[in-house]
Structures are given as structure tokens and as C-alpha cells.
Write a new protein. Structure first.
Length: 278
């Protein structure tokens, strides 16, 4: 292990499977490490596929209110001021093309259900106005916070993220089928869970984009950024940072691109690394 070197100035961590454990808690050791880190002048950022309204259950466990990279990099959100700093959206035209390509690619597997996440202006906007689903969409997690609309209505306005859901295939299987059907200059396709869900953003929109924009705003060099993650939607962020750390529970393709593999989220693997410096 050669990692230590200078202490990072910006720490950007994924949330699910990384910062929080299987009980959706930030381990005590990690909370203490974050408190020491921020007291010494380093900056914390959460970098997640979640929308802003779904991060407060995590933020309430921390001693800071950081800027958060939400929706896989599509939204930069200041949790201290409840401000959407930046949002990168998919146009209705691009979403329509992506849906047509995905439905055609998945026709032998029952097609896909659709959902879209819109940016809004606050984490406290009505979820029914921001998270829209079609009748065919089967929720990947328990949720009553959504609006059910027609496909035409769902695709009628820009969205930060388009979700494709299958009740038959796993996410990696969907990815292998749908990804080749959607040109990279049209949209970015990824996944953050195994259970039959793909996430589509505007081209070039990844967690790496969100973290790089935040680092630029803070005047922090790429070399002074460290990132943590466990799923394919974290890969670009791990590759971009000066040091990219995969969790012990990360998928093999994520561990393969990391500079270091720490312990699992249930073992407070992020704390293991931060404690080298803080």
C-alpha cells in the first residue's frame, strides 16, 4: 500500500454501500473521522445517485451540511442553503430516442418501465412533481413519493435522470443489452444497484463531473481529491480523483479501477482510510 501521501482537501463519498452501512447508518468511527477532518479544514461532499430530498436521513447523522453531488452528477446541491447550484438535464427529444432504443432492445424481455427525476429548486419540493413514473414502472425501493403519468407526459419536460426498470433481468444484464443501443454522445447509461434498474443521464454527466465542478468552485486541485464508491456509477469518479478508493463490498469492475480497496461499508471502510490522516 503506497497511498497515504498528503492529506486530501476534498473527500467525495458515495452514500449507499459506502458511507452508510447495511442498517443505513453512518458508523460512529466514520462520523468522528469526518468531524476531525472538517475541523482540520478538509471538505466533505456526498456523491450519490439519490435526489436531494433523499439525502437528509444521512445528513442528519453528520456534523456538517455539505455540498452534495446528486442524481449521479446531474445536480449540485448545497444542503446548508437548500440551493440547487447546477443541474444538467436530458432533453425530451433525447429521452424519447433513448426510450425507443431501450424498448426495442428489450422487446424479448417484456420491455422496460419508465421513471424520470426532475431537478426542481429545493429538496423540499413535492416529490409527486419531481419523481414521475408510468403505470408499468415497478419501484426498486418502497416509495409512495411519486406521480403517475402517461409516457408522453413523463417525456415532455427535461429530466436530470431517466430510469429504466425490468422485472425480469438484473441491472448488469440490462446494461449489456441496452448500453450498445444508446450512442454515448446521446446519453450516459449506468447502474447503482443489481435489481433490474438502469439510470440514464445527459452525455458526459457522471459523478466525476459533479465532483470536478465542486473542486473547481473550491479551488481544489484534482490531485487533492479522494473519492469512495462501490458501484458502476462510481467508476468515473474513482478514475478522475487523485486517489480513488473502492469498498471491500464493491463490484469487481469497480475494485479493478481503484487505487486502493478498503474494508466494507459494514466495517466502516471509509473511516479506515480517513484515519490515515485525520
Amino acid at each position: 500500500m503506497i497511498l497515504p501521501g498528503p492529506a486530501p482537501k476534498l473527500v467525495a463519498t458515495d452514500v449507499d454501500g459506502t458511507l452508510i452501512n447495511s442498517s443505513e447508518r453512518v458508523p460512529q468511527r466514520l462520523r468522528e473521522a469526518i468531524a476531525r477532518m472538517t475541523a482540520e479544514g478538509a471538505t466533505l461532499a456526498l456523491s450519490t445517485g439519490r435526489p436531494a430530498r433523499w439525502i437528509y436521513s444521512v445528513l442528519d447523522q453528520l456534523s456538517v451540511r455539505p455540498v452534495c453531488v446528486c442524481a449521479n452528477g446531474a445536480v449540485l446541491y448545497d444542503s446548508a442553503t437548500d440551493e440547487i447550484i447546477a443541474a444538467h438535464t436530458l432533453s425530451p427529444e433525447v429521452m424519447t430516442k433513448a426510450v425507443m432504443a431501450a424498448q426495442e432492445a428489450m422487446k424479448d424481455f417484456g420491455g422496460v418501465g419508465l421513471a424520470a427525476e426532475r431537478a426542481g429548486v429545493s429538496a423540499y419540493d413535492r416529490a409527486q412533481d419531481l419523481f414521475l413514473v408510468t403505470e408499468e414502472y415497478s419501484h426498486a425501493w418502497p416509495s409512495v413519493e411519486h406521480g403517475t403519468v402517461s409516457e408522453e407526459m413523463l417525456l415532455s419536460e427535461p429530466a436530470t435522470k431517466l430510469l429504466l426498470r425490468s422485472g425480469v433481468l438484473e441491472s448488469k444484464e440490462m446494461f449489456d443489452i441496452i448500453r450498445p443501443a444508446i450512442p454515448v454522445d446521446q446519453a450516459h447509461v449506468t447502474f447503482s444497484m443489481s435489481g433490474g434498474l438502469l439510470e440514464i443521464a445527459a452525455p458526459g454527466v457522471t459523478k466525476a463531473l459533479g465532483v470536478s465542478l465542486l473542486a473547481e468552485r473550491l479551488g481544489i486541485a484534482q490531485a487533492d481529491v479522494i473519492t469512495f464508491g462501490d458501484m458502476p456509477n462510481d467508476i468515473e469518479m474513482l478514475q478522475w480523483a487523485g486517489r480513488g478508493i473502492a469498498m471491500g463490498n464493491a463490484r469487481p469492475e469497480v475494485q479493478a479501477v481503484a487505487d486502493y480497496v478498503t474494508a466494507t461499508n459494514d466495517e466502516a471502510g471509509v473511516a479506515d482510510v480517513l484515519e490515515w490522516w485525520f
